[in-house]
Design a protein around this ligand. Structure first.
Ligand code: FAD
Length: 398
């Protein structure tokens, strides 16, 4: 039976079926990409459930919009390569809705330790086919003449990295998933996931019997997993972004510039600049109000490489915060755990969930259709790794 519910989501019919083959919990970039890849693979009966009244209203709506293959581990590089390619295709298919701009990412360091780390990452990226250039200070100035390169030890640049519009990505994914027949149930909170004779998803608008449940609940994935007795070591932290007032005399299509020594990153946003910084000392939190202390944190650091921004006022109407769901090793969890293989975990993407969305969708699809993933080696993303020694940590977390 298909039940049609009313919603504020425009004229879109919103359905909560009593039965579905796959229930995806969460209509953020991850849940949408999972649903889309499932439908592309011909899986029938896919329903996406979200407690909000529309898609992409969680962390997805708060993202900076960077997409890059410059990571430090094989699996993260592979997830980025796959997703960036798919985002480019979706950009073409959606007449530019994705807002993909290949402005590149520029990483900078002024320390010996930073240079060693950057070189190790650069070598791995190159070995995996990512076209990353090793730059001298002159090469940096050529691409970004506004940077302070005093004491620069090393820099890397990948021209195929870039930026997308998170809202455009949501719209394009949602439209394509709908076009292929995915059902969406908004204003519907999932209260719990139960085993029983067949898996059952309990929601505020009724139960859904199913074969598979995908946990794409982003910052709330740990709470959802716990309803079925699964402990996901995902801790949620508030991350802030602030935009400046207009800055003249600098091109609009500059790269995303990352100062590895302070953690500050900048890119163009309208006529001004967006400034990001993930403070490693931020405590766990689910608060999404902008933190005014962030302005002090960036003021203390921005001058290291971006001294031209030191005296530019912040536009207080363009500051916001959102949540990073983080794992201890800064890799996501994409796994069908042995104890409940029908409850697939797809969470813990921290600040890189949009740039890993299609890969996550593909991996989950293969776990459902083939019981194993062949496109990616998911071993580094297994849930059980947190009980084992020898953690491999992603260090390019921004
Ligand atoms: C400040 C900031 C900057 C970022 N910058 C980038 C960036 O540059 N590049 C990048 O790739 N990523 C970035 N990210 C991360 C990115 O936004 C996310 O990883 C990505 O959007 C994927 O999010 P998600 O789908 O996992 O979670 P969300 O977008 O939060 O979606 C989860 C959904 O699950 C729903 N939900 C949760 N629990 C329940 C329940 N019990 N019942 C029903 N529904 C439920 C929520 O309503 C929500 O809509 C950034 C994030 C932040 C906060």
């Amino acid at each position: 039976m298909i039940e049609t519910l009313t919603s504020d989501a425009g004229s879109i019919a919103v359905r909560r079926p009593a039965r579905a083959r796959v229930v995806v919990v969460g209509a953020g970039a991850i849940g949408l990409a999972v649903a889309l890849q499932l439908r592309r693979a011909g899986v029938e009966g896919v329903v996406v459930v979200d407690c909000n009244s529309s898609a992409g209203m969680g962390s997805t709506s708060r993202a900076n919009g960077g997409v890059r293959a410059q990571f430090t581990t094989t699996v993260n590089i592979a997830f980025s390569q796959f997703t960036i390619e798919q985002l480019r295709e979706l950009h073409e298919q959606s007449a530019g809705q994705v807002g993909f701009k290949s402005v590149g990412y520029l990483f900078l360091t002024g320390t010996d330790a930073g240079e060693i780390a950057l070189r190790r990452a650069w070598e791995l990226q190159r070995s995996l086919g990512v076209d990353v250039a090793w730059l001298s200070a002159a090469g940096v100035i050529e691409r970004a003449p506004f940077l302070n390169v005093d004491g620069l030890a090393a820099a890397t640049f990948c021209a195929s990295d870039g930026i997308i519009d998170p809202h455009g990505v949501t719209s394009a994914l949602w439209a394509e998933a709908r076009r292929l027949g995915t059902s969406f149930a908004f204003d519907t909170e999932v209260l719990g996931v139960e085993a029983g004779p067949s898996p059952r998803v309990r929601t505020t608008t009724g139960d859904i019997e199913t074969e598979f449940v995908v946990n794409a609940a982003g910052p709330f994935a740990r709470t959802l997993a716990a309803t079925a007795g699964i402990d996901l070591p995902v801790v949620t932290r508030r991350r802030n972004l602030a935009c400046t007032e207009a800055v003249d005399g600098i091109a609009g299509d500059i790269p995303m510039c990352v100062d590895n020594d302070t953690g500050i990153l900048i890119r163009r946003e309208g006529a001004g600049f967006l400034i990001g910084f993930s403070d490693p000392s931020d405590p766990p939190s689910t608060d999404t109000a902008f933190d005014p202390a962030f302005l002090d944190a960036i003021a203390a650091r921005v001058g290291n490489r971006f001294s031209f921004l030191e005296d530019v006022p912040i536009n207080s109407r363009k500051c916001w915060a959102g949540l990073y769901p983080e794992t201890p090793d800064h890799h996501a969890i994409v796994d069908a755990p042995a104890e409940l293989p029908w409850f697939i975990q797809c969470a813990g993407f921290g600040g890189h969930g949009i740039m890993h969305s299609f890969a996550a969708g593909q991996a989950v699809t293969e776990l459902i259709t083939e019981s194993r993933c062949t496109t990616f080696d998911l071993h580094p993303l297994r849930l059980s790794r947190f009980d084992e020694p020898g953690a491999v940590v992603e260090t390019a977390v921004l």
